[in-house]
Ligand binder design. Structure first.
Ligand code: TYD
Length: 247
Protein backbone atom coordinates (compact mmCIF):
# COMPACT_ATOMS: atom_id res chain seq x y z
CA UNK A 1 0.00 0.00 0.00
CA UNK A 2 1.28 3.41 -0.92
CA UNK A 3 0.68 6.76 0.78
CA UNK A 4 -0.89 7.04 4.22
CA UNK A 5 -1.16 3.86 6.22
CA UNK A 6 -3.61 3.06 8.95
CA UNK A 7 -3.46 0.59 11.75
CA UNK A 8 -4.86 -2.91 11.35
CA UNK A 9 -5.67 -4.84 14.53
CA UNK A 10 -7.38 -8.22 14.46
CA UNK A 11 -8.92 -10.21 17.31
CA UNK A 12 -8.78 -13.96 17.40
CA UNK A 13 -9.81 -16.72 19.75
CA UNK A 14 -12.04 -19.73 20.19
CA UNK A 15 -15.83 -19.48 19.97
CA UNK A 16 -17.10 -18.21 23.32
CA UNK A 17 -13.83 -16.45 24.22
CA UNK A 18 -15.53 -13.07 24.70
CA UNK A 19 -13.54 -11.61 21.79
CA UNK A 20 -16.38 -9.57 20.29
CA UNK A 21 -16.92 -7.71 23.58
CA UNK A 22 -13.20 -6.90 23.65
CA UNK A 23 -13.34 -5.50 20.10
CA UNK A 24 -16.10 -3.12 21.19
CA UNK A 25 -14.26 -2.08 24.36
CA UNK A 26 -11.03 -1.39 22.50
CA UNK A 27 -13.01 0.57 19.91
CA UNK A 28 -14.47 2.74 22.69
CA UNK A 29 -11.02 3.24 24.23
CA UNK A 30 -9.40 4.26 20.94
CA UNK A 31 -12.30 6.63 20.27
CA UNK A 32 -11.66 8.28 23.67
CA UNK A 33 -8.02 8.64 22.65
CA UNK A 34 -8.99 10.57 19.51
CA UNK A 35 -8.94 7.77 16.95
CA UNK A 36 -11.92 7.13 14.71
CA UNK A 37 -11.73 3.34 14.52
CA UNK A 38 -13.58 1.21 12.00
CA UNK A 39 -15.03 -1.87 13.73
CA UNK A 40 -15.82 -4.83 11.55
CA UNK A 41 -16.07 -8.63 11.62
CA UNK A 42 -15.68 -11.85 9.69
CA UNK A 43 -17.25 -13.71 8.14
CA UNK A 44 -19.29 -10.74 6.93
CA UNK A 45 -18.50 -7.05 7.20
CA UNK A 46 -20.06 -6.29 3.79
CA UNK A 47 -23.49 -6.91 2.25
CA UNK A 48 -22.11 -9.72 0.11
CA UNK A 49 -20.00 -11.07 2.98
CA UNK A 50 -23.06 -11.27 5.26
CA UNK A 51 -24.83 -13.37 2.63
CA UNK A 52 -21.84 -15.69 2.46
CA UNK A 53 -21.83 -15.81 6.27
CA UNK A 54 -25.44 -17.01 6.28
CA UNK A 55 -24.53 -19.86 3.92
CA UNK A 56 -21.48 -20.88 5.95
CA UNK A 57 -23.16 -20.85 9.36
CA UNK A 58 -26.49 -22.35 8.28
CA UNK A 59 -27.10 -25.55 10.26
CA UNK A 60 -28.96 -26.85 7.20
CA UNK A 61 -25.68 -26.98 5.23
CA UNK A 62 -24.28 -29.93 7.18
CA UNK A 63 -22.92 -31.59 4.02
CA UNK A 64 -20.60 -28.63 3.22
CA UNK A 65 -17.17 -29.84 2.13
CA UNK A 66 -14.19 -28.46 4.08
CA UNK A 67 -12.62 -26.95 0.97
CA UNK A 68 -15.90 -25.27 0.01
CA UNK A 69 -16.09 -23.88 3.54
CA UNK A 70 -12.55 -22.51 3.33
CA UNK A 71 -13.19 -20.92 -0.07
CA UNK A 72 -16.39 -19.29 1.20
CA UNK A 73 -14.58 -17.72 4.17
CA UNK A 74 -11.89 -16.51 1.79
CA UNK A 75 -14.50 -15.12 -0.64
CA UNK A 76 -16.16 -13.17 2.17
CA UNK A 77 -12.70 -11.91 3.16
CA UNK A 78 -11.72 -10.83 -0.37
CA UNK A 79 -14.85 -8.68 -0.57
CA UNK A 80 -14.23 -7.34 2.93
CA UNK A 81 -10.66 -6.34 2.09
CA UNK A 82 -11.67 -4.72 -1.20
CA UNK A 83 -14.70 -2.86 0.11
CA UNK A 84 -13.86 -2.00 3.73
CA UNK A 85 -10.41 -2.84 5.07
CA UNK A 86 -8.05 -1.67 2.34
CA UNK A 87 -9.90 1.65 1.72
CA UNK A 88 -9.98 2.36 5.47
CA UNK A 89 -6.27 1.63 5.86
CA UNK A 90 -5.48 3.72 2.78
CA UNK A 91 -7.37 6.57 4.44
CA UNK A 92 -5.20 6.22 7.56
CA UNK A 93 -7.89 4.72 9.79
CA UNK A 94 -7.50 2.23 12.62
CA UNK A 95 -9.38 -0.94 11.64
CA UNK A 96 -10.42 -3.39 14.37
CA UNK A 97 -11.52 -6.67 12.89
CA UNK A 98 -13.22 -9.50 14.76
CA UNK A 99 -11.47 -12.52 13.13
CA UNK A 100 -9.38 -12.61 9.96
CA UNK A 101 -7.01 -15.00 8.16
CA UNK A 102 -5.75 -16.60 11.40
CA UNK A 103 -9.29 -17.89 12.01
CA UNK A 104 -9.16 -19.74 8.70
CA UNK A 105 -5.75 -21.18 9.50
CA UNK A 106 -6.91 -22.35 12.94
CA UNK A 107 -10.44 -23.52 12.02
CA UNK A 108 -10.03 -24.81 8.46
CA UNK A 109 -6.27 -25.48 8.38
CA UNK A 110 -6.07 -27.18 11.79
CA UNK A 111 -9.67 -27.91 12.81
CA UNK A 112 -10.69 -29.36 9.43
CA UNK A 113 -7.19 -30.61 8.63
CA UNK A 114 -6.80 -28.75 5.34
CA UNK A 115 -3.27 -27.67 6.27
CA UNK A 116 -1.18 -25.18 4.34
CA UNK A 117 -3.56 -24.84 1.38
CA UNK A 118 -5.60 -22.47 3.59
CA UNK A 119 -2.76 -19.96 3.75
CA UNK A 120 -2.40 -20.13 -0.05
CA UNK A 121 -6.11 -19.52 -0.65
CA UNK A 122 -6.07 -16.61 1.76
CA UNK A 123 -2.97 -15.00 0.40
CA UNK A 124 -4.90 -14.65 -2.87
CA UNK A 125 -7.94 -13.28 -1.03
CA UNK A 126 -6.18 -10.57 1.00
CA UNK A 127 -3.63 -9.36 -1.54
CA UNK A 128 -0.96 -8.49 1.04
CA UNK A 129 -3.24 -6.85 3.62
CA UNK A 130 -2.10 -8.44 6.88
CA UNK A 131 -2.67 -7.24 10.44
CA UNK A 132 -0.12 -5.06 12.20
CA UNK A 133 -1.20 -6.58 15.50
CA UNK A 134 -3.31 -9.62 16.38
CA UNK A 135 -4.77 -10.08 19.83
CA UNK A 136 -5.38 -13.72 20.66
CA UNK A 137 -7.84 -14.14 23.51
CA UNK A 138 -6.33 -17.21 25.08
CA UNK A 139 -8.89 -19.26 26.91
CA UNK A 140 -9.09 -22.91 27.69
CA UNK A 141 -11.14 -24.68 24.95
CA UNK A 142 -13.02 -26.72 27.58
CA UNK A 143 -14.24 -23.51 29.28
CA UNK A 144 -15.35 -22.09 25.91
CA UNK A 145 -17.02 -25.33 24.96
CA UNK A 146 -19.03 -25.13 28.14
CA UNK A 147 -20.15 -21.57 27.36
CA UNK A 148 -21.02 -22.38 23.73
CA UNK A 149 -22.82 -25.55 24.82
CA UNK A 150 -25.17 -23.50 26.98
CA UNK A 151 -25.81 -21.12 24.06
CA UNK A 152 -26.41 -23.99 21.63
CA UNK A 153 -28.98 -25.47 24.03
CA UNK A 154 -30.57 -22.03 24.58
CA UNK A 155 -30.51 -20.55 21.07
CA UNK A 156 -29.73 -23.44 18.73
CA UNK A 157 -26.17 -22.31 17.82
CA UNK A 158 -24.67 -22.24 14.32
CA UNK A 159 -22.96 -24.91 12.20
CA UNK A 160 -19.45 -24.14 13.49
CA UNK A 161 -20.46 -23.87 17.15
CA UNK A 162 -22.08 -27.29 16.90
CA UNK A 163 -18.74 -29.04 16.29
CA UNK A 164 -17.42 -31.33 19.03
CA UNK A 165 -14.78 -30.63 21.67
CA UNK A 166 -12.01 -32.41 19.72
CA UNK A 167 -12.53 -29.97 16.86
CA UNK A 168 -12.41 -26.94 19.15
CA UNK A 169 -9.25 -28.32 20.78
CA UNK A 170 -7.58 -28.65 17.38
CA UNK A 171 -8.58 -25.04 16.61
CA UNK A 172 -7.07 -23.89 19.90
CA UNK A 173 -3.82 -25.76 19.18
CA UNK A 174 -3.76 -24.07 15.78
CA UNK A 175 -3.95 -20.68 17.47
CA UNK A 176 -1.11 -21.52 19.84
CA UNK A 177 1.01 -22.56 16.89
CA UNK A 178 0.27 -19.28 15.11
CA UNK A 179 1.26 -17.36 18.22
CA UNK A 180 4.58 -19.18 18.39
CA UNK A 181 5.23 -18.74 14.66
CA UNK A 182 4.50 -14.99 14.68
CA UNK A 183 5.48 -13.73 18.14
CA UNK A 184 5.92 -10.14 16.97
CA UNK A 185 2.45 -9.88 15.55
CA UNK A 186 0.30 -12.28 17.58
CA UNK A 187 -0.01 -11.34 21.27
CA UNK A 188 -1.73 -13.69 23.69
CA UNK A 189 -4.04 -12.15 26.27
CA UNK A 190 -5.34 -14.33 29.09
CA UNK A 191 -9.10 -14.59 28.51
CA UNK A 192 -9.89 -16.45 31.72
CA UNK A 193 -10.39 -13.31 33.85
CA UNK A 194 -13.42 -11.01 33.92
CA UNK A 195 -14.27 -8.63 31.07
CA UNK A 196 -12.52 -5.66 32.71
CA UNK A 197 -9.32 -7.57 33.48
CA UNK A 198 -9.12 -8.84 29.90
CA UNK A 199 -9.84 -5.36 28.57
CA UNK A 200 -7.02 -3.87 30.68
CA UNK A 201 -4.61 -6.43 29.26
CA UNK A 202 -5.76 -5.73 25.70
CA UNK A 203 -5.11 -2.00 26.22
CA UNK A 204 -1.64 -2.71 27.58
CA UNK A 205 -0.79 -4.75 24.51
CA UNK A 206 -2.13 -2.08 22.15
CA UNK A 207 -0.38 0.76 23.96
CA UNK A 208 2.91 -1.15 23.92
CA UNK A 209 2.49 -1.74 20.19
CA UNK A 210 1.76 1.94 19.51
CA UNK A 211 4.75 2.96 21.60
CA UNK A 212 7.04 0.64 19.63
CA UNK A 213 5.70 1.93 16.37
CA UNK A 214 6.19 5.50 17.44
CA UNK A 215 9.76 4.78 18.48
CA UNK A 216 10.47 2.99 15.23
CA UNK A 217 9.13 5.85 13.13
CA UNK A 218 10.86 8.63 15.09
CA UNK A 219 14.05 6.79 16.00
CA UNK A 220 13.61 8.28 19.47
CA UNK A 221 14.35 6.33 22.65
CA UNK A 222 11.33 5.27 24.75
CA UNK A 223 11.73 8.12 27.29
CA UNK A 224 11.13 10.72 24.56
CA UNK A 225 7.63 9.54 23.66
CA UNK A 226 4.36 10.45 25.38
CA UNK A 227 3.20 8.26 28.31
CA UNK A 228 0.07 7.32 26.46
CA UNK A 229 1.09 6.36 22.92
CA UNK A 230 -2.58 5.94 22.03
CA UNK A 231 -2.62 9.72 21.75
CA UNK A 232 -0.71 9.41 18.52
CA UNK A 233 -3.20 8.94 15.70
CA UNK A 234 -2.32 6.32 13.08
CA UNK A 235 -1.86 8.76 10.22
CA UNK A 236 0.86 10.52 12.21
CA UNK A 237 3.01 7.44 12.42
CA UNK A 238 4.27 4.87 9.97
CA UNK A 239 3.14 1.27 10.06
CA UNK A 240 6.08 -1.08 9.81
CA UNK A 241 4.53 -4.21 8.39
CA UNK A 242 6.63 -7.33 8.19
CA UNK A 243 8.56 -7.64 4.95
CA UNK A 244 6.30 -8.54 2.05
CA UNK A 245 3.20 -8.53 4.23
CA UNK A 246 1.67 -5.36 2.95
CA UNK A 247 2.62 -3.82 -0.38
P1 TYD B 1 -19.50 -16.01 14.91
O1 TYD B 1 -20.92 -16.13 15.37
O2 TYD B 1 -19.06 -14.71 14.30
O3 TYD B 1 -18.56 -16.46 16.08
P2 TYD B 1 -17.60 -15.62 16.98
O4 TYD B 1 -18.46 -14.62 17.70
O5 TYD B 1 -16.96 -16.66 17.86
O6 TYD B 1 -16.60 -14.97 16.05
O7 TYD B 1 -19.26 -17.19 13.88
C1 TYD B 1 -18.12 -17.29 13.15
C2 TYD B 1 -17.73 -18.76 13.12
O8 TYD B 1 -16.94 -18.99 11.96
C3 TYD B 1 -16.88 -19.15 14.30
O9 TYD B 1 -17.22 -20.46 14.71
C4 TYD B 1 -15.48 -19.18 13.74
C5 TYD B 1 -15.70 -19.56 12.31
N1 TYD B 1 -14.69 -19.09 11.36
C6 TYD B 1 -13.95 -20.02 10.63
O10 TYD B 1 -14.12 -21.24 10.81
N2 TYD B 1 -13.05 -19.57 9.72
C7 TYD B 1 -12.87 -18.24 9.47
O11 TYD B 1 -12.04 -17.86 8.61
C8 TYD B 1 -13.64 -17.29 10.22
C9 TYD B 1 -13.49 -15.82 9.97
C10 TYD B 1 -14.54 -17.76 11.15
Amino acid sequence: MKGKKGLFITFEGPDGSGKSTQVRLLGAYLTEQGFDPVLTREPGGTRIGEKIRDIILDQGNAEMDALTESLLYAASRAQHVAEVIRPALDAGCAVLCDRYVDSSIAYQGCGRGLGSIVADINSLAVGGVVPDLTILIDIDPEACFDRIGKRVIREGGDRMESEDLAYHRAVYDGYLELASLHPDRVKRVDGNGGVDAVSDDVRKVVNAFLLDRLNASSGAPARDVPDDPANTRPEQTTVHAAKGERS
